[in-house]
Design a protein around this ligand. Structure first.
Ligand code: TQI
Ligand code: CA
Ligand code: ZN
Ligand code: ZN
Length: 161
């Protein structure tokens, strides 16, 4: 089942904005594909509930970007493999993708599906921790392309808010 972070941190509003930071040139997906994957992932989390997610270029609640190695938080990335991404609990909004992964928009092994990982990380941004339901997007293991929220993921969000 779904779980939350200690103290159940959550957003105090339902209309959230997000922005992307500039992509490193060596990342194997383009800016447009990145934005499309994110748009799909945010839309999934906003379905059948009160949340809206709007992309902006100004100040944003959730900031999504690629980073490599040490990047000025307590969780340096580790190169190809290992940790793929991380995101912080509300109302922080940082959402970091490891620029050293073999990202794609298809998830064909051995590539990592950008939309699948974004969907999972946005769940963390919303206040969901890991689920012990192995089929949930918030399950703690990457098992390939998974672009649809399960009932467990939706129940988690609806229980928190
Ligand atoms: N990154 C971890 C994750 O997002 C980082 C992490 C570990 C974490 N424990 C946490 C983040 C607790 C927030 C709260 O889960 S990961 C998957 C999945 C990772 C894993 O690289 O291990 C996905 C990133 F679920 F597939 F295993 C994205 Cl989708
Ligand atoms: Ca890594
Ligand atoms: Zn980080
Ligand atoms: Zn996770």
């Amino acid at each position: 089942n779904f779980t939350f972070f200690p103290g159940n941190p959550k957003w105090s509003k339902f209309n959230l904005t997000y922005r992307t930071t500039r992509m490193p040139l060596f990342v194997s997906v383009g800016t447009n594909a990145f934005k499309q994957a994110l748009s799909n992932a945010f839309n999934a989390w906003g379905e059948n509930n009160s949340f809206t997610f709007t992309e902006t270029t100004g100040q944003a609640d959730i900031v999504v970007g690629f980073h490599r190695g040490f990047h000025f938080d307590f969780y340096p990335f580790d190169g190809p493999g290992g940790v793929l991404a991380h995101a912080f609990a509300p109302e922080d909004g940082r959402n970091h993708l490891d620029a050293d992964e073999n990202w794609s928009t298809t998830g064909t092994p051995p590539t990592i599906d950008l939309e699948t990982v974004s969907l999972h990380e946005i769940g963390h941004n919303m206040g969901l921790a890991h689920s012990n339901d192995p089929n949930a997007v918030m399950a703690p293991t990457y098992t390939g392309v998974r672009r649809d929220l399960t009932q467990d993921d939706k129940d988690g969000l609806n229980n928190l808010y």
